[in-house]
Design a protein. Sequence first.
Length: 83
Amino acid sequence: MSKLTKNKKMALAKVEPHKIYKLSEAAALLKEITFTKFDASVDIDVRLGVDPRKANQMVRGVVTLPHGTGKTVRVLVLCSPEK
């Protein structure tokens, strides 16, 4: 196993291993224990209790990122000068 760094030890000391955190508590704790110098990503696992093999229980969704996808979008409008 790799060596525990000073920052990793401080982060592990603040987290209770078997406690179930609410989303707001987890987000606040995550902001408190982060020590990276860049914008990190977070993975969330949600147990929905559905069977994805059944067509009526498929889970689909779309999430819009706060700053978009980062790509430049150009829009062309063809209209009369009055409009």
